[in-house]
Design a protein around this ligand. Structure first.
Ligand SMILES: Cc1cc2nc3c(=O)[nH]c(=O)nc-3n(C[C@H](O)[C@H](O)[C@H](O)COP(=O)(O)OP(=O)(O)OC[C@H]3O[C@@H](n4cnc5c(N)ncnc54)[C@H](O)[C@@H]3O)c2cc1C
Length: 400
């Protein structure tokens, strides 16, 4: 008797968790985990932090050891999946072979958005998504003095902190009027702006990049105002796009991500998806969101594994996220979209710890907590349980 085969496409946070969870859910058939980065699945968050700063190795970053996959009888395959034939139940691979599946999971992740400016393909211009990207950046950084980072989001700011640690002059160019504009309240942006300036980073807001110039190597970043900023190294961090083409070509419903339901099922109930490539309705916020975070990838993967095993679990955990910059640990509970009030606990204009609570109609919906793990735990609970809170309680939260 041949055993049923579960195939997972994409071997990173979502895929690795899904494979492990399949065994926990008692899947006793074959498990194939297909990735195309020629490495054991590794943790991506340290790439812009410890790994870029040269404080960890790729082995340190492995999500699970090679022994784990062997022991759990999870086969790792290094190949790109080019096509899904749903009616035949088989995948087309980049090596020309086909692979049959009984159950399929898509954990395709996301890729960096490309900079829409001329000269973006010059040598010395990098994106930061993979360990291979970081190895190239680290090499380039050894000969570079001036780094320009395009994009003042989390990845841009984390990269700025790591490149400062390597001793480079760092300029961050942000097109909007403040860093972290898309994701935080103005007070939180002002805090990170101040910290980075104190650490020696030059931050330019309202700075729209028009072109990168140089012979073959990038030498200058030209802004829409015509001003030129010298650069030996440029790192672009202007967001990501979900890898949905494979799913879309197979006829699965896609809209800023592969659409999944609360059980991680795509529009084909026999195919699940999880992680950065997937978007789902979050009941707590009453809207569809594509989250880009390790905790969400893990949560969705666990639910997807249960679904593949014929069990019924739902994606329920509150979204959360973190970012490390210098000695600062930012932890974010919930989603702040639609907030109509913020309450600050602590003083972001001077110290290095505070919390920004986001409320809508008087209800706590999210919190950005800097070096305040207790506020984070408190917020997670209150937001999840929709517990009422008094404003005075939030202001004094960390005083306990
Ligand atoms: C520099 C950096 C820092 C980050 N920091 C944080 C942080 O501090 N906290 C946090 O919560 N999140 C952070 N994130 C986000 C987090 O890493 C992602 O949310 C997470 O990696 C999503 O995992 P995933 O498995 O869904 O997708 P990905 O990690 O994108 O992995 C998808 C994998 O699938 C492979 N793949 C795609 N298509 C195919 C195909 N057709 N065939 C075979 N393989 C394929 C890709 O090559 C990739 O290896 C960070 C991300 C980056 C890049």
């Amino acid at each position: 008797m041949t055993l049923p085969r579960a195939v997972i496409v994409g071997a990173s946070h979502a895929g690795a968790q899904l494979a492990a969870s399949l065994r926990q859910e008692k899947w006793d058939g074959e498990i194939l985990l297909i990735g195309n980065e020629s490495a054991l699945p590794y943790q991506r968050p340290p790439l812009s932090k410890a790994y870029l700063a040269g404080k960890s190795t790729l082995e340190d970053l492995a999500i699970r050891s090679a022994e784990f996959y062997a022991k759990q009888d999870i086969q790792l395959l290094d190949v790109t999946v080019d096509a899904i034939d749903r009616s035949a139940g088989q995948l087309g691979l980049s090596n020309g072979q086909t692979l049959a599946f009984d159950k399929l999971a898509l954990c395709l992740g996301a890729r960096p958005r490309r900079l829409p400016a001329s000269g973006a393909d010059l040598a010395g211009v990098f994106y930061l998504r993979t360990a291979a990207d970081v190895e190239l950046i680290r090499d380039a950084a050894t000969a570079a003095r001036r780094a320009v980072i395009v994009g003042g989001g989390y990845i841009g700011l984390e990269t700025a902190a790591s490149l400062r640690a390597l001793g480079l002059d760092v300029t961050v160019l942000e097109a909007t009027d403040r860093v972290l504009e898309r994701v935080t309240a103005p007070g939180v942006s002002a805090f990170f702006d101040r910290i980075h300036r104190e650490e020696g980073v030059t931050i330019r807001t309202g700075a729209l990049v028009q072109a990168l110039t140089g012979d073959s190597q990038v030498r200058e970043v030209v802004l829409a105002t015509g001003e030129s900023i010298p650069a030996d190294l440029v790192i672009v961090g202007i967001g990501v796009e979900p890898n949905v083409e494979l799913a879309a070509a197979a006829g699965l419903a896609v809209d800023n991500g592969v659409l999944i339901d609360a059980h991680a099922r795509t529009s084909d109930p026999d195919i699940v998806a999880a992680g950065d490539c997937a978007s789902h309705d979050i009941a707590r916020y009453g809207r569809r969101v594509r989250l880009e975070s390790v905790p969400s990838a893990g949560e969705q993967a666990k639910v997807a594994a249960a679904t593949m095993c014929g069990k019924s679990k739902e994606i329920a955990a509150l979204p959360w996220f973190w970012s490390d910059q210098y000695d600062l640990k930012l932890q974010i509970a919930g989603l702040n979209t639609g907030y109509d009030e913020v309450i600050l606990s602590g003083d972001p204009s001077s110290g290095r710890d505070f919390t920004c609570f986001y409320l809508r109609d008087g209800e706590l919906i999210a919190a950005d907590c800097v070096n305040r793990p207790r506020d984070f735990m408190f917020s997670k609970q209150v937001i999840t349980q929709r517990r009422p809170v008094q404003r005075e309680q939030l202001v004094g939260q960390s005083v306990d």
